[in-house]
Design a protein around this ligand. Structure first.
Ligand SMILES: *[C@@H]1O[C@H](CO)[C@@H](O)[C@H](O)[C@H]1NC(C)=O
Ligand SMILES: *[C@@H]1O[C@H](CO)[C@@H](O)[C@H](O)[C@H]1NC(C)=O
Ligand SMILES: *[C@@H]1O[C@H](CO)[C@@H](O)[C@H](O)[C@H]1NC(C)=O
Ligand SMILES: *[C@@H]1O[C@H](CO)[C@@H](O)[C@H](O)[C@H]1NC(C)=O
Ligand SMILES: *[C@@H]1O[C@H](CO)[C@@H](O)[C@H](O)[C@H]1NC(C)=O
Ligand SMILES: *[C@@H]1O[C@H](CO)[C@@H](O)[C@H](O)[C@H]1NC(C)=O
Length: 371
């Protein structure tokens, strides 16, 4: 059960009707009493009728109380979760929001700034779940080119923030309260706020608590994976190499903004250890499957890097998923490995042999770059 909202509770409220009815009944019973006094001479005794009525009123009163108490216990849950944002919801007009959307809509009240004219602009929470070298850095720059999106980067790359679940939840709270300061922090009119989370950064280790948090806060998940795990592997090895070699004038870069820089990085051809290649690929595959299984009861969308490259509609789908006005998204990043895998692996023949005939054979042939 996600959060309940005051609007819904007000709608659920039965108290108004019973109290009116109750008062009405009491008045009626009094009337009966009065009218019987005016028939003083009458032999007909009003007593049994009044007893019956009073009993009825008492039973009805108990019923009303029980309904009222039930309501209070319903109310307790959302108030505990995030009282301050719920409080705003009362004053912001959320009548235009369809009921099924309500669990995903928020009106944060940041401590570090005021949302001023946009304080009643609904905000959606998202998390981009991905793995290294799957295009998530590029994808995040695309998202951040939208004026209403704030995607705060790989915040859990810092170990202390993921050292225990308390630290993780505190970090998440700050991000979703719009109080996380990063280069992606936008103005007060943000309509979608989130960050990038790599599967090996505490997400899978604390999946139970994190899933609970995502569901109670109505966080929408964007899974971003890469179909061709061999090409991803080339990128992982090349990036590891550059971490040491620092090929671009002595600095290590994971992402580049010019074709010249991309070509320098792509000159390196890794030699792949074919003895463990299949196990390396299947490990990535099973981690991905585990993640999908663990988090698929949340609201989510699954994206593949190759599809974003070849199909602009995917970016439109993502914006619709986050309920954003659709814009043309742009990134200055340039793809590093643009050639086919055969030209990017030192021991290509060995790699070919080790994957030929396996379920990963298609990775040898697939292109992910449209020229
Ligand atoms: C959780 O991690 C933070 C940051 O590393 C640390 O300050 C805190 O003491 C830890 N809390 C618990 C309960 O271990
Ligand atoms: C997007 O941001 C602009 C200003 O930056 C604001 O006027 C607009 O209302 C925002 N749109 C949404 C859907 O939040
Ligand atoms: C490296 O530095 C030289 C001279 O400072 C400059 O001309 C060149 O563009 C730089 N190359 C890269 C890849 O940054
Ligand atoms: C590939 O698998 C081997 C053996 O399991 C492991 O030692 C190695 O770190 C893996 N390589 C990468 C890049 O994941
Ligand atoms: C979640 O994943 C399981 C196993 O793959 C599948 O059976 C189930 O239908 C999925 N549920 C949703 C809501 O997608
Ligand atoms: C790939 O495997 C097939 C049989 O499965 C074989 O006929 C073919 O020669 C192999 N290709 C290479 C380049 O080893």
């Amino acid at each position: 059960m996600p959060e309940l909202y005051f609007d819904q509770i007000r709608y659920l409220s039965l108290t108004k009707i019973p109290w009116v009815t109750l008062v009405d009944l009491i008045r009626k019973s009094k009337n009966i009493g009065e009218s019987t006094y005016s028939f003083k001479t009458s032999k007909w005794s009003p007593l049994p009728l009044r007893v019956v009525l009073l009993t009825f009123v008492m039973i009805f009163g108990v019923y009303v109380c029980s309904v009222y108490l039930k309501q209070i216990s319903l109310q307790k849950y959302p108030v505990d979760i995030s009282f301050s944002s719920e409080k705003t919801k009362l004053s912001c007009n959320s009548h235009d929001i369809p009921p099924e959307e309500i669990p995903y809509v928020h009106f944060p009240q940041p401590k570090t700034f005021s949302r001023t004219e946009c304080s009643c602009t609904p905000v959606r929470y998202f998390a981009l779940l991905s793995m290294q070298r799957s295009g998530s850095g590029w994808f995040e720059t695309l998202l951040n080119s939208h004026p209403n999106v704030s995607s705060n980067g790989e915040i859990f790359s810092v170990k202390e923030r993921r050292s225990n679940i308390t630290a993780i939840l505190r970090t998440l709270d700050a991000v979703y309260a719009l109080d996380w300061l990063s280069s992606a922090s936008k103005n007060e009119c943000v309509a979608a706020v989130g960050f990038k989370w790599m599967l090996n950064q505490g997400l899978m280790d604390h999946h139970k608590e994190i899933l609970k948090y995502f569901k109670s806060k109505g966080v929408s998940l964007i899974f971003l994976f890469r179909r061709n795990l061999l090409r991803r592997f080339i990128s992982v090895l090349a990036n590891n190499y550059d971490r040491r070699a620092k090929q671009l004038n002595g600095t290590h870069k994971s992402h580049v903004h010019s074709k010249e820089e991309a070509d320098i990085l792509a000159q390196f051809k890794p030699k792949i250890n074919t003895a463990v290649l299949v196990s390396n690929l299947s490990q990535v595959e099973s981690t991905t499957a585990d993640c999908l299984k663990l988090f698929n009861t949340t609201r989510h969308i699954i994206l593949y890097y190759e599809d974003i490259i070849s199909n602009q509609n995917v970016l439109q789908q993502v914006q619709e998923f986050l309920r954003l006005p659709v814009r043309n998204l742009k990134s200055r990043q340039v793809k590093i490995h643009r050639r086919p895998p055969s030209e990017q692996i030192l021991n290509w023949d060995d790699v070919y042999k080790s994957l030929n005939g396996t379920k990963y054979e298609h990775f040898l042939h697939q292109r992910d770059y449209v020229t």
